[in-house]
Design a protein around this ligand. Structure first.
Ligand code: NCD
Length: 520
């Protein structure tokens, strides 16, 4: 069942669960159209607290959620941000911890500029709920900065499925407009996975193109992607999508430099009357809205044509959100049979005991004197260029505060034509688990040698730790992240291993090269 779970990103629901959501929405929509009994969709619990907290402007998302929450006859509260203690610098965690105490069961729907808020609250308030014996609340992300907008994604996919008559075998979609800032676009990197074969055309000038990390995610998810600078360029070729998804240019998130080019940017992604005859038969335009009334990328003359799919799309937000609330309150879900989201097992051992080569004489030296007892960190940055290796040595020394008698250097790695760094620490007899983890996250691939009486007693090869947290010296470098120190939300940074050299922020999902999580 779904109660107590949160919807912070699209992947919080498995593809099976998303399909369940779409099927239930279809049932509800038909039942309402046919004036059938819809009580099985209604929570009807006046004690269930549903809080809406919109710290960024919204019309559709907010109003459709208010209406969906009222549909359920729940205790609906629309939190007034403008007169709240946010203005007295109260943290969002403190605010929610208090509101959560007003009901035995609660669900929070939150929109903010800060990315990763709902993921943070899910764990912080969830832990608090466990401690005081309350049921864990659910959090729904109603859009967080440039990150994700999962409930918009679900209404978009539902609308595409309706249009395609529920055929999930393939989709060909053109994404047009501000692909850089648009969170509804970013959520598509996972949301389109309900289709088996996915062709995505990205239409935007360079400055507004989709960030590389999202392109990588799409490719990783098996999407076939093509890139075009403008609608004009797109229409000059033959393979044109029938589904077009437009997004607004998010001028409020752009710097002055980009704004100077606003006219050019707008014209590259604005549809015009003379393009019409190049559109395929049955083309449909979608838009999460709002549409800019001065520079609409979908011009108003299309409103009354069959190309207009965006009005129906917006209404679908009401139906999909009713079902999302029904699922997260366990009103629906008992008949769900598919698989749940995969849990990423992040508990593997990153410290690997390595074989000691006894034939080789211990050559570890401090200056000219060999290490008798102590620790030698070897293979630092092995295979990288000299500057990178020196940089890693500096980082290890600074972050681990190795200010003691010792030596270090960059050497040739045995017979090969590679370099590596080494630090000898004759005064340090052991590292504890936390220090080893720190070292592994600063210099993955290095080895740790424990030397006793001139011989190597133990040798460990260190890999990227699966989770890095509980260190004062790390922080997320995305300034919009809820855990970024500038926001003073007092969120503990936490990173998870993304691949063999990168960490992903647990909250905003910003990807960092391993060395960049450190503040030194
Ligand atoms: C979008 C949003 O806020 O992310 N709108 C919406 O939720 N319907 C897109 C936008 O603001 O342009």
């Amino acid at each position: 069942m779904f109660k107590g779970r949160s919807l912070t990103v699209v992947n919080d629901f498995s593809v099976d669960e998303q399909i369940y959501l779409y099927e239930k929405t279809k049932e509800l929509k038909e039942a309402i159209r046919d004036k059938k009994n819809i009580s099985k969709f209604k929570l009807s619990d006046p004690d269930f607290g549903i809080y809406l907290m919109f710290l960024e402007d919204s019309t559709r998302t907010k109003e459709s959620f208010v209406n969906a929450a009222k549909f359920h006859n729940a205790k609906v509260n629309v939190f007034d941000v403008s007169t709240s203690s946010f203005n007295k610098k109260e943290s969002i965690t403190d605010t929610i911890r208090m509101l959560f105490g007003y009901s035995d069961n609660s669900l929070f729907i939150i929109r903010t500029k800060l990315e990763g808020v709902c993921r943070w609250l899910e764990s912080a308030i969830g832990d608090y709920a466990d401690r005081i014996g309350y049921s864990r609340p659910s959090f729904i992300n109603a859009g967080d900065g440039k990150h994700e907008h999962p409930t918009q994604e679900f209404l978009d996919e539902f609308s595409f499925l309706e249009q395609k008559n529920w055929d999930r075998s393939s989709i060909h979609i053109a994404l047009v407009g501000d692909l850089y800032h648009g969170r509804t676009i970013h959520s598509k990197a996972d949301g389109l996975k309900v289709f088996n074969e996915i062709h995505v055309d990205l239409i935007a000038p360079d400055l507004l193109q989709l960030p590389e990390d999202y392109k990588d995610k799409m490719k990783h998810n098996g999407y076939d992607i093509r890139i075009f600078e403008s609608i004009e360029e797109y229409l000059a070729q033959k393979n044109i999508a029938k589904i077009w998804y437009f997004t607004r240019l998010q001028l409020e998130r752009m710097g002055d430099q980009i704004l100077e080019k606003a006219d050019y940017l707008i014209s590259s992604v604005t549809f015009s009357r003379d393009f019409l005859d190049r559109l395929p038969e049955d083309a449909r335009f979608y838009h999460p809205l709002p549409r800019n009334r001065t520079h609409p990328t979908i011009p108003q003359f299309l409103d009354s044509t069959k190309i207009n799919a965006w009005d129906n799309q917006a209404i679908n937000g009401y139906f999909t959100r009713i079902i999302e609330i029904a699922m997260l309150t366990d009103k629906l879900g008992a008949d769900f049979k598919g698989t749940q989201p995969a849990i990423n097992d992040l508990n593997d051992n990153f410290i690997q005991e390595a074989e000691i080569n006894f034939k080789k004489k211990n050559g570890y030296k401090i200056g000219i004197k060999p290490v008798e007892n102590g620790i030698v960190i070897d293979h630092i940055g092995r295979g990288h260029d000299l500057a990178t290796i020196w940089n890693q040595i500096d980082k290890i020394r600074h972050i681990m505060k190795l200010n003691l008698i010792s030596s270090h250097g960059v050497y040739n790695s045995h017979s090969e034509d590679l370099y590596k760094g080494m630090i000898s620490l004759p005064e340090v007899l052991s590292f504890d688990k936390k220090q080893i983890k720190m070292l592994a996250a600063i210099a993955p691939g290095s080895t740790l040698n424990i030397i006793k009486d001139g011989r190597i007693l133990n040798k460990y090869r260190l890999h990227m730790p699966p989770k890095v947290y509980n260190f004062d010296e790390i922080s997320c470098k995305n300034e919009n992240c809820v855990s970024h120190p500038a926001h003073q939300e007092m969120v503990w940074p936490e990173f998870h291993r993304a691949d063999e050299s990168r960490f992903i922020c647990k909250y905003c999902e910003h990807i960092h090269e391993f060395q960049d999580i450190w503040d030194v």
